[in-house]
Each structure stands twice: as structure tokens, then as C-alpha cells.
Ligand binder design. Structure first.
Ligand SMILES: Nc1nc2c(c(=O)[nH]1)N[C@H]1C(S)=C(S)[C@@H](COP(=O)(O)O)O[C@H]1N2
Ligand SMILES: [Mo]
Length: 528
């Protein structure tokens, strides 16, 4: 440092602290150009052609189970935001390195960018449904990024080799030129990036078609909810979860945008009669409406990865009856447009439960995030083995032959829902006034139903809670308990449920992996 004024060879100045900063900025701006151009073009080629989307999705697919569990446990349904932020940090660091290297040896820096592009290309072409054409946006982006890298690296070198003006802190013309050029290129990247965003929103025909779609009336309407399904305690979860509040769990970094007029369901595999179903055919069939509580296997004890909705759809039993499964088949592998898959036991889809190819949720077409235009809903099974959103393919096969997405990542192949119960009021660590304290929550044992819920106050005797009305064995059931003489201080409440077979919910604490958490939920609150 401080030797800059003596340096004559450009190499020295190029490596100074300022040089590194300028190189890093050059690299980051060039990456911005690369991604902005690629995103703009990907609005025309489809979302797999977006390097950001495909790299992120590939990362999600290769995330080890423990990391996925950690992400969901720590960030819940914000896990994708955290992934995007981490990717942004990684992109900034890698592009800064490329920029610094390019400043010293342009060919080396450019090769680094090329190497990153090759990795991104590999992520793109290996996505489900991708073709070589999907490489066009990345290719164009890389050319633009390399141009920006060269343009700014040259400007930066000229600035660095200009004589250092020790007495004057104002930038010399060549330094100012570098700053101006950097700002111009960065500004252009931002404008193109924003344009890409606007364009892809405008071109989202799926959303427009969805908003204009009117679903047919069901052939079999859902039974009216009995009065009293909602427990008489303020603050208990709404019995029917509004679509906007319904938990969302999936591997899709970008929500698939399927146009119903292009949608087809291919039914094939070990069947006598393969066929494809169009969306119009599906809507013309005899649709059924039913309330089902969906539950995620990643839900921890007391967690909120569960929701209850009124679904409208076509019974999968009918789809399979038409396909005529061959003897020996024991599983249906359902696959989404973005390559997720779930293994559902064949008998479950053939018995008389309301397993649906769903098109409606709470009286509306499915929201895009919940699988528009068609998803599966299967009462009694966790979502990861049954609830495929954006479903496009049903293959009748065997568990011996095929495995679903999460099964090949350390989770179980079958996923019956375990009996669960939770305290929702009072809130954990909440404060409530002394006197009468309302306690309440939800319990579920889909397909079996809840027959009894008990609570335990401050490790005392287990006491029966009051059960709210039951809508069906496939929906959650609320419970409440009025604690009359609550005294000031810290208290603890535990809950446990029995299904209609009389089987008590498992007491042993277990984490979600591999087949769902277990344990009795317990919270602490303060009476003031
Ligand atoms: N295409 C697709 N479908 C999917 C998933 C997914 O990652 N991709 N996740 C499943 C899981 S693990 C669950 S719990 C449910 C969640 O459905 P929801 O997001 O509508 O609540 O969707 C299932 N269907
Ligand atoms: Mo899940």
C-alpha cells in the first residue's frame, strides 16, 4: 500500500485494494448482466430455461434430507426465501472472484464464467421437460455477461494504470470513466431484470385463465358442516382453512404455470387400458365435493403444516377403474409437471374413500401454488406420498419397481397419517388473565376419526376435553376445555387424542423423518 505512486507495471496497481474492489464490482455487474438477459429471454422459453430457477431447483433436489428438515424446522414455509438469499450470496461471491481474476488475466476470469455457465447448463438440461432450446437464454446471457466483463475490465485497467494523483482525492478522468461505465452497465442490467419480471408476470396465462375459470357444480355435494365444528374458544384455528392461509410445501422454486387447455393426464403402466385425460373431459365428469384435512409429514409436534379445505374433484377410483390395473400392481406413481413424484398404495386409491383428482379448493379453482389446474388429494396419507400438485402422469406400477421423490431421499415409501393433537389456545408462552381460562385446539386421525381428547394440567390427572362436532373422519376435530379457577403463575398443558379404534396417540417423541413425527404436544403459559 502507498506504493501505488511508484508502480509502473500495471500488474501492481491491478492487484491493489482498489483493484480488487474494482475487479469484484466488475464481476458482480457482469453476472447481473448475464442473469438479467437470461431471465428476459426465459420469459419466452419457459421457466426451466431460467438459470436461476433451474440451478435453485437442482439444488433443492440434491439437498440432503437432514438439511431439508433443518430448513423446514427453522424457516418453515419461508425455506425458499432462505434458499434464494443463499443463492444470491453465493452468486455474488463467485462472480466477484471471476471479476478479480479477470482483472489480472482476462482469459482466466472468462474461463471461470464459462465454467459456471457449463454447470448452470447442466442444471437446465437435466430438469424435467427441458430441451436443448432451453439453453438459449443462458447462452445469450453468458455472451452478454462476458462482453460486460471485458468492457469493464478494460475500463478498470485503464483507470488503474493512470497516474495516481496523490494530492487530489477527486477521481482522475479514467477512474471516473470506469465508475460511469460500471454504473451504466449495472443500470442497464437492472432495467432488463425488472423488464424480465414484468414480462413474465404479463405472460402468466395460467393465472389469467385460472381467474376467469368457472368450475362446474358437483354431482355429489359435500355434506353441510354440522353446527359446532368450531370449538367455543377464541383463537382456535378456523375449521376451514382459507386458501390464502393454507400451508404450502413443495420443491417448486417457481410455481409451475400450466395452461389447462394444454394439460393432459397420462394414465399408463401395468394397466389393460392406457389413456390420456384432458381438462375438459375431467370437468365434464361426475365431480365430487368433500372436506379433507391435508397434513405434511414434516409437521413437528404442535406444528402448523396441516390445513382443511373443501375439495372438488373426480374420484381416482373411477380413473383406475377405466385403466384396469393388471394383477401384481400395488402402487400408483403420480408425477407433476416439474418432476416431483409420489408413491400411493393402489388399494388406497381403489377403496371407497374420497381420493380425488382435485380441480377446486374451497369453491374456487385450485390456486396456482396449490396445484392448478389439477392435483391429487388422498384422505389418510401424508402429502409426500399422495397429494401431487400440477399432476400430469399416473403410472400403475409396484413399490418394488419404483420410488417417489422423497422415498429416494431417505423418507418412507408409505405414509399413513399418525394420530395427532395440538394446543392452539393459550398460545405457547402466552399470558392470559386469571379466572376462567379457555383451552382449545385441533386433533386429527384421517380415515379413522377422533373419539376422545384428554388434557393434563400441570402434570395432574388426565381429564377429558369437550369434543367439537365431527364433520367427517377425514377432517380434523376441534376440542376445548374450560379451566375455571386458573391461578396466577406459570402453567403447563399437555394434550393427547384417541382415534375411533380407541388407539391412543403415540407418546414417544419422534422427529418427522422418516414417516412423521410423534409425541404429545405440551405448552407453557402464564396466568396473570
Ligand atoms: N408437484 C408437487 N406436489 C407436491 C409436493 C411437491 O413438492 N411437488 N409436495 C407434497 C407435500 S410434501 C405436501 S405436504 C403437499 C402440500 O400441499 P399444499 O402445498 O397444497 O399444502 O403437497 C404435496 N404435493
Ligand atoms: Mo409434506
Amino acid at each position: 500500500m502507498g506504493k501505488r505512486s511508484k508502480s509502473t507495471a500495471p500488474g501492481h496497481a491491478v492487484n491493489g485494494r482498489r483493484g480488487i474492489l474494482a475487479g469484484a464490482a466488475t464481476g458482480v455487474i457482469a453476472a447481473g448482466v448475464l442473469f438479467a438477459v437470461a431471465e428476459l429471454l426465459s420469459a419466452f422459453f419457459g421457466s426451466v430455461s431460467s438459470p436461476l430457477t433451474s440451478v435453485g431447483s437442482t439444488f433443492i433436489d440434491f439437498t440432503p434430507a437432514w438439511m431439508k428438515n433443518f430448513a423446514i424446522a427453522t424457516f418453515g414455509t419461508n425455506d425458499k426465501t432462505v434458499l434464494l438469499l443463499s443463492m444470491a450470496v453465493a452468486a455474488v461471491v463467485l462472480s466477484a472472484v471471476a471479476g478479480v481474476v479477470a482483472r489480472k488475466r482476462f482469459a482466466a476470469g472468462a474461463s471461470l464464467v464459462g465454467a459456471f455457465a457449463v454447470v448452470m447448463a447442466a442444471c437446465i438440461v437435466t430438469r424435467s421437460g427441458a430441451t436443448v432450446l432451453d439453453l438459449v437464454p443462458l447462452l445469450a446471457g453468458t455472451v452478454a455477461g462476458l462482453w460486460a466483463l471485458r468492457y469493464l475490465t478494460r475500463a478498470g485497467r485503464t483507470a488503474a494504470t493512470a497516474p495516481f494523483d496523490a494530492g487530489n482525492s477527486a477521481p482522475l478522468p479514467s477512474r471516473r470513466a470506469f465508475l460511469v461505465r460500471s454504473a451504466l452497465v449495472a443500470g442497464a442490467a437492472v432495467v432488463v431484470g425488472v423488464g424480465a419480471n414484468v414480462l413474465s408476470t404479463a405472460r402468466n396465462t395460467a393465472r389469467q385463465v385460472r381467474d376467469a375459470l368457472r368450475l362446474p357444480a358437483p354431482k355429489v355435494k359435500a355434506r353441510d358442516l354440522p353446527s359446532g365444528v368450531q370449538a367455543a374458544v377464541n383463537g382456535v384455528t378456523p375449521f376451514v382453512t382459507p386458501n390464502a392461509d393454507f400451508y404450502r410445501i413443495d420443491t417448486a422454486l417457481v410455481v409451475p404455470e400450466l395452461d389447462p387447455s394444454q394439460w393432459q393426464l397420462r394414465v399408463h403402466g401395468m394397466v389393460d387400458n392406457e389413456f390420456t385425460l384432458s381438462f375438459d373431459e375431467l370437468l365434464a365428469a361426475d365431480l365430487v365435493e368433500t372436506y379433507v384435512t391435508l397434513t405434511c409429514v414434516s409437521n413437528v409436534v404442535g406444528g402448523n403444516l396441516a390445513g382443511n379445505a373443501k375439495w372438488l374433484g373426480y374420484p381416482l377410483r373411477e380413473v383406475l377403474a377405466r385403466a384396469k390395473p393388471k394383477a401384481g400392481a400395488d402402487m400408483v406413481l403420480s408425477t407433476s409437471s416439474d418432476g416431483f413424484s409420489a408413491s400411493t398404495p393402489l388399494p388406497v386409491l381403489q377403496d371407497n374413500r374420497d381420493a380425488l383428482l382435485a380441480v377446486g379448493m374451497n369453491g374456487e379453482p385450485l390456486p396456482l401454488e396449490h396445484g392448478f389446474p389439477v392435483r391429487m388429494v388422498v384422505p389418510g396419507l401424508y402429502g409426500f406420498v399422495s397429494a401431487t400438485k400440477w399432476v400430469v402422469d399416473l403410472e400403475v406400477t409396484t413399490f418394488a419397481e419404483k420410488a417417489g421423490y422423497w422415498t429416494s431421499r431417505g423418507w418412507s415409501s408409505h405414509g399413513p397419517i399418525k394420530t395427532a393433537s395440538r394446543v392452539e389456545v393459550p398460545r405457547a408462552l402466552g399470558r392470559v388473565p386469571a379466572g376462567k381460562v379457555g383451552i382449545g385446539g385441533s386433533a386429527w386421525a384421517q380415515q379413522r376419526g377422533i373419539s376422545k381428547v384428554e388434557i393434563q394440567l400441570d402434570n395432574g390427572a388426565w381429564q377429558p376435553a369437550t369434543l367439537a362436532a365431527e364433520a367427517s373422519v377425514d377432517t380434523w376435530r376441534q376440542w376445548s376445555y374450560l379451566w375455571e379457577g386458573a391461578t396466577a403463575g406459570s402453567h403447563n398443558v399437555r394434550v393427547r387424542a384417541y382415534d375411533t379404534d380407541g388407539t391412543l396417540q403415540i407418546e414417544k417423541q419422534a422427529p418427522p423423518e422418516p414417516d412423521g413425527s410423534s409425541g404429545w404436544h405440551s405448552i407453557t403459559f402464564t396466568v396473570v
